[in-house]
Design a protein around this ligand. Sequence first.
Ligand code: RIB
Ligand code: CA
Length: 310
Amino acid sequence: MAGRPRIILDCDPGVDDAIAIITAARWTDLVAITSVSGNVGIEHTTANALRMRDLLDIDVPVHRGAERPLVAEPFHARHVHGMTGLADVELPVPDLEPDSHDAVAAIVDATRAEEGLHLVPVGPLTNIALALRADPAISRRVASITLMGGGATGGNVTAAAEFNIYADAEAADEVFRSGAPITMVGLNLTHQVRMDAGHADTCRGFGHRVGDVAAKLVDYNISVHRGGGRPGSGAMHDPCAVLAVSHPEVIRSEPRHVVVEVDGAHTRGQTLVDERGRMSVEPNCRVAYEADAGRALELILQAIREAPGV
Ligand code: RIB
Ligand code: CA
């Protein structure tokens, strides 16, 4: 559809990744979905991406990506996303195999074939770092690398580190030093966009299978975050990165210099944002600070309501 941003969604489905796929299907031209090891292992993240493709009945290639971080041991979040990554949602075994087992080559080929694509990674940055190693000129050919990860005010895995950055800090470090046009949509932003039981009921009220699946994912997300600071709702992290590309007016960001801590005994995986203003080092990315949460939630719910294939 004319005017919609064309993106590659790199993901580790993942409860919020699944909602991000629905959001991207509605508001972007999804050139490809690439999977990465993250919330759960690569077998499950790839199968879940394929399941979401089948659920939405969309014609989008899915490419299987990195099965482990660049250096670190694989690190998962089954306690947040369930043993297989899609909460307690039962979806049929995928109709087809992945279109390839080389997400990195798919990213390199797609960005060589078409300038101006947005890379939207919402899992660990392993595939993106490997693609930039294979072809550093990607940093000049893409319209953006708009990533869900990191944050300006602390982490969720540790006090300092957010999961996507922590799981592959070396990859994140390479991406932030690549010179690519990065927008960091971190926890300080995504915790403003929260879905509660009312949103789950709204999804069930749509009366179709995508709404029912989304409702289960929202309910599960609330349940696993019950102990958090704001019981009764759960942040919808990954769809925020998609909306930052499809509806940039929904998210306010500012230029900042950000470094990724790789070796800190207590701070590995921290995205250290330089807030010193004119004393700061030259910015290397944009950091998202403020969301129009009401509008973001409207767009996510509309994407679910109007999902293809229902
Ligand atoms: O910290 C939140 C991020 O980690 C989200 O992308 C979620 O899916 C997990 O991957
Ligand atoms: Ca994710």
